[in-house]
Design a protein around this ligand. Structure first.
Ligand SMILES: [Zn+2]
Length: 437
């Protein structure tokens, strides 16, 4: 008996996911990576089988991006970008229960680096595109499939480079979907899907204290190590106030409705706890954050250095970059200077309109009882780069997950794994959504 395109897609999504995990595409940051070219060629081959004409764009040797456009029937309709990244963060094999790059299937789950972030969605995109092609389904609007390198650093060799060097590939694109949204969470016994309609901004700074270099035995008045340590402590200990955006307010109002727990703006703890393992993820979106992450000073035990520096990773609520920068300067004091090393805009989009309705409809078709809620991501995705082209990017990588699985805790974590059934649900739902375009 031959399989239908729908059945094939559910088999292929698992194969694609396993194959992609087996390409070790570790991104160590600062330009060091491996495997992206090989993974890109694999993806391009799958897209060719879907009747598309993918092109590979290398930003540097081995740093490969793949783009293919599926033509819609209406050339005037704004195009949709469906994108994923092919790189993964490093995995320390000794910390894992399995080989992180073997893609073992154990207890009905695919295990491996990227199973969650984000070779699962890459696989869903490929399997859904193939199903569309086999069924001869042409969308109304163009769909641009893009697979980027270097998302796990800052996109310098991936989406950032593509937007700078090949903006023409995204001509006519108005909206995008990608990772970190559309997954289910157990909220007080109800299955709710969280669609990502916003991302916090990224504000990475280096702060430097200078002083007088000298002998380690001397009486020192302006030791930069001490100045910097005080600044680091002040920033690290700072409590940012809880503030709501349109997205987080809407989320908490709906959580309150769902759980019957009143929404106390000043103390959302009880509502947060009702979101289970997702609570930590959501908590980060209720305030700005500023974490010192790296220290550098000195070169010998008996020498006071002339300079000390630290890196601070701050994530900002929408429209608050300048305010956060001012607070950091004040906390650090006058003797410390700041340099902005990397900035990415925050994103906040409405939880309404045709695209959101199509996401909700696709989820409800597969899971009629489910609730669908908006949320904001505390981290960042390649949608920040696409935003420079005026493209409104959502997080929609639909997965129905068992309630006990700490899905959001597995991003960049050990023993990353995704249920086979979730991948199958994902490709069905993503297909429905893409077929509605
Ligand atoms: Zn990711």
């Amino acid at each position: 008996m031959t399989e239908t395109p729908a059945q094939l897609a559910e088999t292929e999504v698992v194969d694609f996911c396993c194959d992609l995990i087996r390409f070790d595409t570790t991104n160590w940051g600062e330009g060091r990576s491996k495997g992206e070219r090989e993974a890109a060629e694999y993806v391009a081959e799958a897209l060719r089988r879907a009747g598309l004409e993918p092109q590979i764009y290398e930003s540097a040797p081995g740093r490969a991006n793949v783009v293919a456009r599926m033509r819609g029937t209406d050339p005037d309709a704004g195009a949709l970008v469906v994108h994923g990244h092919l790189d993964v963060v490093p995995a320390q094999a000794e910390d894992w229960q399995v080989d992180p790059f073997a893609a073992e299937i154990r207890d009905g789950l695919v295990w491996g680096r990227g199973a969650v972030d984000m070779k699962n969605m890459d696989a869903m995109i490929l399997a859904a595109a193939l199903r569309m092609s086999r069924e001869g389904h042409q969308p109304t609007r163009d769909i641009i499939f893009a697979f980027f390198a270097d998302e796990e650093d800052n996109g310098t060799y991936g989406a950032g480079w593509m937007v700078q060097n090949h903006p023409e590939l995204f001509d006519g694109a108005t909206e995008a979907i990608s990772e970190v949204g559309g997954f289910s969470a157990d909220i007080a016994g109800t299955r709710a899907y969280l669609i990502q309609t916003g991302e916090k901004g990224l504000h990475w700074t280096k702060m430097t204290a200078t002083g007088t270099a000298g002998h380690g035995s001397a009486v020192q008045q302006d030791n930069p190590v001490v100045t910097l340590a005080e600044a680091v402590a002040a920033i690290g200990n700072h409590t940012w106030p809880i503030e709501y955006t349109k997205t987080t307010r809407a989320l908490f109002e709906q959580l309150s409705e769902l759980t019957g727990i009143p929404f106390d703006e000043h103390n959302p703890q009880q509502l947060l706890e009702a979101t289970g393992s997702t609570a930590k993820f959501i908590a980060a979106t209720l305030q700005n954050t500023s974490n010192p992450t790296l220290l550098e000073a000195g070169y010998k035990h008996n020498v006071v250095p002339g300079e000390a520096s630290a890196l601070v990773d701050a994530r900002t609520l929408p429209e608050q970059d300048e305010k956060v920068a001012a607070v950091l300067r004040e906390l650090a004091g006058e003797k410390v200077t700041f340099e902005l090393l990397n900035a990415g805009p925050s994103i906040e989009l409405p939880f309404s309109g045709a695209l959101v309705e199509q996401m909700v409809a696709a989820l409800h078709a597969e899971d009629p009882e489910a609730k669908v809620l908006p949320y904001m991501l505390g981290g960042g995705t390649d949608n920040k780069h696409l935003a420079q082209l005026g493209i409104a990017g959502y997080g929609f990588a639909p997965l129905q997950l068992p309630p006990e699985l700490d899905f959001t805790g597995m991003f960049h974590g050990v023993d990353e794994r995704v249920p086979v059934d979730s991948l199958r649900f994902g490709v069905r739902t993503l297909y429905r959504f893409l077929a509605a375009q």
